[in-house]
Structure formats: C-alpha cells, structure tokens
Design a protein around this ligand. Structure first.
Ligand SMILES: [Zn+2]
Length: 319
C-alpha cells in the first residue's frame, strides 16, 4: 500500500477532493450596527451592517466561493416575528444591496426562520402555554420566502423544522410566479448544543424551554431519513444535514439513500472548538479545518456551509 503514498502519487490517487466551489459562506447582516462587529464566541467572524454587507459578499465571490447564505438580525423583534417578512426588512434590504453591487454571479441564499425575529427566540409562533404553533408559522414562513425572492434571493433555505414548511413555501413561491426558485431545506436538523455560538452571532437565544419539540433527537438516524423523505416529497431541491462532524453517519446515509444534492452545515460550535484549541496552540488550525471539511465531503456532502469558507478558499486558491 505504501507504493502510492509518496508525495508524487498522493494527489494523483486521491479519492475525495475539496474545491472552492463546494463552499457556502454564512453572512450575518445586522440592522442595528454601523460597523462590522466581531462575534465574541466566534473569533475572526463578524456581523456586518447593511452599509458594508455587499462589500463582504463581493470579497467572498472574489475568492471563488459560489454562494452565501444570509442571516438577518433585525432592529425590532416581537412575539410573531413580524419583521421577518416585510419588503424593507433586514434580509430583503441586504439581498437587494448585494445583487445591485455584486450582480448575478454570486448565488444568494437566504436562511428562512423566525428565531432571529421573535422576542422569545423560538423558530415559530407560540401560544400562551408556550407551545409552538406549527401551521400558523407556515403562513409567515411562506410570506417571508416570497419577500426574500422578490428582493432577489436565488435560493430560500427554511431552517425552522416546522412540519410541512417545504410544501407551504413551494406553493407560495409557485403562486407568486417564482417557480424557478429552488428550496434548500434544513431537512435533518438536530437539537444540538453545537449551535451555542450562533445564538450570540444571530441574537437568537430563546427565552424559555428548548427546541426539542421541533429539532431532532441526536439519538435518531432512521428518523432523519423520514424527515428528508418528507421534505423531498414536499419539493425540496437541496437537502441539508446539520450539524456536520457529529452527524457524518447521517450525511452518509442520506446521500446513499436519496442521491439528492446534499448540503452539510459545519456549525458555529464546530468553528469555535477549532478556533479555541488553535488559539491555545493545541491544534494546527489549517490542518484540522482541511481534515474536517474533507471528511464531510467524503461522507457524501456536495456542499458545505462553513465559517471557514473564506480561509479554506484562500488556502485552496494558493495551492
Ligand atoms: Zn430558527
């Protein structure tokens, strides 16, 4: 076996490769700031104001990264997340700014959920008993999807794990003449402690309870396949598994069974772990990032949402 392990042959026989085109870069756009703001638990990662979000998008495209996914932090939150779906809300404004400055070469995806917009921080609207109301939430998600698309979004990405969300959004897009807009569904999204830093990044910590009534139990794998099957049936074009590294078996099974374009979200906690260890001199950041992302690809992901997208792109471009 060692005959082909020399530096001459190694790249030649490599089975899985990582490409800049595999990367999707998350971008936080914050209506309440006027300068980029570094996220405490995600060293080196920033929230961007509306004024400079298009510059950030353009620097991402210059690195050859094909897509961004936008997360909005609104000025005002309320019980029903009503500032998610207006044409002049934060994500809609950001999409228009990016499209105007960067043009159509960059794929602009929008994360579609209510948790950044509700005062209680849950992904759906809640009643007085603090229960999440599934179907009334679907109406708001559908309306939000249409407004994102009207602003110029290329792909909408519902992440709230409400039952029937993909179908509701597909119908709304079709009814509004957006038949060509694909849906990337967060199909198998686990109830994970790895999202901790994201909640600071997106200002979406929750006021009560947890998200276990709608996100998946980490102990379940067959259930992930049922979730993904339902989303495909409802019209999902790309399916996602989230988080990535602790769920490589899920990525593998989903890809093997459905053979759909499959995305994996290398989440904020996965980023923070590597950063913290690297800052302490305990791990080699470059090596660990490459190995993490290539293993996600090897498991079956076609595309990876990662906070290391820009760093990895720089690395790959310099090879
Ligand atoms: Zn959410």
């Amino acid at each position: 076996m060692r005959r082909l392990r020399s530096s001459k042959f190694r790249p030649f026989i490599r089975e899985t490769t990582l490409d800049v085109k595999d990367l999707i870069c998350p971008v936080f756009v914050d209506e309440t700031i006027s300068e980029p703001f570094e996220i405490n638990s995600m060293p080196g990662y920033f929230r961007h104001p509306l004024e400079t979000v298009a510059d950030e998008a353009s620097s991402i495209l210059e690195l050859g990264i094909p897509a961004v996914i936008l997360f909005g932090i609104p000025e005002k939150k309320d019980e029903t997340g009503s500032h998610a779906c207006g044409d002049d809300d934060v994500v809609q404004k950001a999409v228009r700014a990016i499209k105007q400055q960067v043009g159509d070469d960059l794929i602009v995806m929008t994360d579609l959920c209510l948790c950044e917009y509700t005062s209680h921080g849950h992904c759906g609207i809640v009643n007085e008993k603090q229960e999440i109301l599934n179907d009334p939430t679907l109406e708001i998600l559908a309306k939000t999807a249409v407004s994102h698309t009207r602003a110029g979004a290329d792909i909408v990405a519902p992440s709230g794990m409400m039952d029937g969300m993909v179908g509701a959004i597909r119908r709304a897009l079709d009814d509004n003449d957006f038949k060509d807009i694909p849906i990337m569904s967060y199909a198998a999204k686990y109830c994970s402690a790895f999202y901790g830093p994201f909640r600071e990044a997106a200002g979406s910590g929750y006021a009560f309870g947890d998200r276990a009534s709608y996100q998946m139990d980490p102990g379940n794998a067959d259930e992930a396949l049922r979730e993904v099957a339902l989303d495909i049936e409802e019209g999902a074009d790309i399916i996602m598994v989230k988080p990535a590294l602790p769920y490589l078996d899920i990525i593998y099974r989903v890809k093997k069974k459905f053979k759909m374009p499959t995305a994996a979200y290398h989440v904020s906690g996965e980023y923070a772990m590597i950063k913290a260890a690297a800052q302490n001199g305990w791990l080699d950041e470059r090596g660990v990032v490459y190995e993490s992302l290539i293993s996600i690809k090897r498991a079956g992901a076609d595309m990876i949402l990662t906070y290391f997208a820009k760093d990895m792109a720089r690395e790959l471009n310099s090879e």
